[in-house]
Write a protein that binds this ligand. Structure first.
Ligand code: FPP
Length: 246
């Protein structure tokens, strides 16, 4: 699909190349309106659409969204089912919109526990968006960082036991190749909405040097202007990577 009609990036100075977002506050958004929690998640899905478009317009090359964690299975069964229904609906109905935004979709997480039709929809969505080049959109579904790190460790241990790799040869690059995010650059900026200030088992390895921006806005109310404000805050930060800076 053509992206020729999209507006050019309005600010050429370097911003974050990868923004990761913990989308929080759907339940509180609904509660404040005396609506069922699923209404908050539905509005959350609308916000996902707006933020993907907005991030593309702002020239952000990689966006990663935390949609469902390995811990979210402990929510009431009807809420889990609502969230899975929304994800299913999104994967089946947003492909044209993703194409209009030049968005290439990748789903990050353990697919083994997902329903078979969702696993098929994920594969189909990834295939059908793979030629889009404006923005990489990673959606984390059944993702947990400790689980990911344990799997990487087990895989490397098996390879050491099989004599394929020497233990001393395991460096950061070798470890990263075993993570679910293999090939994705580390986030520069991590945003969490709704006023909570936690990382909640999200991209623990990958966020080693990310700048964190916490905003009070609930996820369903989070729009392009909030993303721009977070990017402006990021630009004010001095990143030292453990050094002394300038
Ligand atoms: C956290 O809010 C949000 C979630 C656990 C789910 C995120 C899901 C969406 C944004 C919608 C579906 C996503 C896609 C990609 C279509 P919460 O429910 O924990 O809110 P609360 O802390 O206010 O209760």
């Amino acid at each position: 699909m053509s992206t020729a009609s999209l507006p050019a990036n309005p600010d050429p100075s370097p911003g974050p190349q990868h923004i990761a977002i913990i989308m929080d506050g759907n339940g509180r958004w609904a509660k404040a309106r005396r609506l069922p929690r699923v209404a908050g998640h539905r509005r959350g899905a609308d916000a996902v659409r707006k933020i993907i478009r907005g991030a593309g317009e702002l020239g952000v090359p990689v966006l990663t969204l935390f949609a469902f964690s390995t811990e979210n299975w402990t929510r009431p069964a009807d809420e889990v089912s609502d969230l899975m229904g929304l994800l299913r609906h999104y994967l089946r109905n947003e492909l044209e919109e993703l194409g209009r935004n030049g968005a290439r979709l990748r789903v990050i997480g353990d697919r083994d526990r997902l329903a078979r039709d969702i696993v098929r929809d994920i594969a189909d969505a990834e295939t059908r968006t793979r030629s889009n080049t404006r923005i990489d959109v990673n959606i984390c579904i059944n993702y947990g960082s400790r689980d990911e790190i344990l799997r990487a460790t087990r895989n490397l241990a098996r390879r050491v036991a099989a004599g394929e790799i020497a233990a001393d040869r395991i460096d950061e690059a070798a470890f990263e190749r075993e993570l679910l995010t293999a090939g994705v650059p580390d986030p520069d900026l991590l945003i969490r909405t709704s006023g909570e200030q936690r990382i909640s088992n999200f991209l623990l390895w990958q966020c080693a040097y990310a700048e964190f921006v916490f905003v009070d806005t609930l996820w369903p109310d989070f729009g392009k202007e909030h993303l721009e404000q977070a990017i402006a805050e990021f630009r004010k930060r001095e990143r030292r990577y453990g050094g002394v800076g300038t």
